[in-house]
Design a protein around this ligand. Structure first.
Ligand code: ZN
Length: 40
């Protein structure tokens, strides 16, 4: 997964639950539901 803000590739899962997944970027501090999946 990539950060949509800074394109950091080490985006980590911060929180998951009924409302959906929230990702956290250690590089720029982004937190949100959007992660770029470029695994294809
Ligand atoms: Zn980032």
């Amino acid at each position: 997964m990539k950060c949509p803000s800074c394109k950091e590739e080490r985006l980590s899962l911060w929180m998951g639950g009924q409302l959906g997944m929230i990702y956290f970027c250690k590089n720029c501090g982004y937190k949100g539901p959007i992660a770029i999946d470029d695994s294809k």
